[in-house]
Design a protein around this ligand. Sequence first.
Ligand code: IVH
Length: 670
Amino acid sequence: MNPSDEIDHLRRRIRAADEQYYNDGASDLTDAQYDELFVRLRALEAEHPELVTADSPTQTVGAPLPKGGMFPSHEHLTQMGSLESLRSADEVRAFLARAQKLLALADDTPIAWHCEPKLDGVSANLLYEDGVLVRGLSRGDGQRGEDLTRNLRTIRNLPQRLAGDGPFPARIEIRGEVIMSKRGFAALQRREETSSEGTFRNARNTVAGTLKLLDPRVVKRRPLDFLAFAVGHVDGIAFATHGELRAQLARWGFEVATPSELCTDIDGVLAFHDDLERRRDELPYELDGIVAKVDNVEWQQRLGRTARTPRWALAYKFAPRLGRTRVLRIGAQVGRTGAVTPVAHLEPVELAGVTVSNASLHNWALLRERDVREGDVVEVQRAGDVIPEVVRVFTEERGPDSRPAEPPQSCPACDGPLHLDGKFLYCSNIDCTAQLVGRIVHLAGRRAFDIEGLGPKQVEQLVAAGLVRSVEDVFALGDEKERLVALERWGTRSVNNLLTQIEARKSPPLARFLHGLGIRHVGETIARDLAQHFGTLERLRAATNAELLAVDGVGDEVAASVAEFFASAKNRATLGALAEAGVAPQAAERIDGGPLAGRVFVFTGGLKQMTRDEAKAQVERLGAKTTSGVSKKVTDVVAGEDAGSKLAKAEKLGLRILDEDAFVALLEQA
Ligand code: IVH
């Protein structure tokens, strides 16, 4: 293809993908494929500057707004840009070196780069007039966005008015990302299992879909958050640094993305990226990289922007955990609950350093709904430690030899009968060994009892040999040493290792113990919440329904499932047998939950609607702590009338400051 045709072709592909991505929330290209096309286009245009046009995707942002869209559109006061997206340390070095050179600072004064997470959601631009939210727009094509005000107003942590006493700018545009936390997304998925809200592919996609809903009441039930990271047009005030801007955003009541770090050299920026990528599973929301911004705002202005992106900020992406591959075969597997679920065997694909060759399809109804067939090209996602999932099918690439898969007629493990419960197919045979194997593998897993050497293969072998007939039998294996040593592929040394491991893991922290039990709806996060709330197994077992519901993150479904688990005679017997075998969870440090758990409040100045003691009692009832002195440990400062030095200090530390109205609103929402 000659360069001009190739450029044309690339532009058309990219524009089509942009349109789908910005207007429907998803395109038929993965991020990595999109970036590849983009990089190619940029390279060709660099070689042939005469072929660059003003409407090339390299020169524009976002996508044209849909014609006849559901929401009216509105002009941004200043353009909403995009960021140059980099994928390697060398590209970052080149970017930073270019900025250093362009600024031509005396004696090579180093540039301080303010690094923060790159949030994976949907960007929004909020206009506040005299401190009051008047409009919220999507990014749209960068010049105009869709008016999503009614939906954005439902977001809990998005201030309807700026906190503090002002004075406020006559007009200010606050920019940030609408996201859904991992916890919120998981809760929504759980809810979806029992309702008809449709299926949610991933958090970003769900946010995009949610913001386009026409009924704000439905939006309000979706756990959205807004995190602020920039301003657009501002009347009257100027910020000297990005750090100062972040502190002011926090004082106005916005949540800003953490962690952030001021880095004074390239190695610092690279280390921030690597460290966050390593820890990405521990963070409360999905990230797709980091953003590094020149801290000094005057320097930002001197560096300016290209048509599409600023020269003072970059995005350094993490390795993608979404990829394309082909489904070779669709099989069935039996889980620890007896659920018989479809599993896609894939052409191996590497996702951020892990080779994936199997992916879950959840249930047969979903398989049919998504219409995944053998031979299909699919997108696979690996999020954290979760089992990889098929998230979509590229139906347009389907060949004539693709074959739909049918659910099995009997249990693929024991050939026993199956029954349907809701969307799930279960094996009805309570002695089905596949379930026992699944339960033990789960119990021994890294995030539960963490017993090394008890993977699926070993457990299957132990169960097949009749050495283990129940979960508790694992802890009595010490009495079976001779028979163990006689097993194929085992020797004295590996048996000794295993027995030492098992002995050493008899007192797991309560959270891991609970997770290992495999109580329905109690995953790792809820297990941790329950452990922290109740402290000991005895207290959890004795909890009433109301006490369970008081735990942050526990709803009716989880509470019922926990109660049912401890009421079952079989489970009681198992717990008794485990205790007898010497298995005893360690008590957890108790942190009482509540909607304000983890926050520390300081009150200063006089309140009009309640006394200070009443205010303290209220926040404590909601799980927060209170203290009298302002320090870095404090999260919120409630400033009433004539607030004095504490307020000044809080401002200096960049703490969240609430006036009485904002405080009352917070209590009402909590
Ligand atoms: S600053 C001039 N900071 O990434 C651009 N953007 O590709 C100012 N994003 O549209 C944006 N996290 O939606 C900035 N910490 C962060 C961000 C961030 C996510 C998004 C944002 C922007 C896109 C750019």
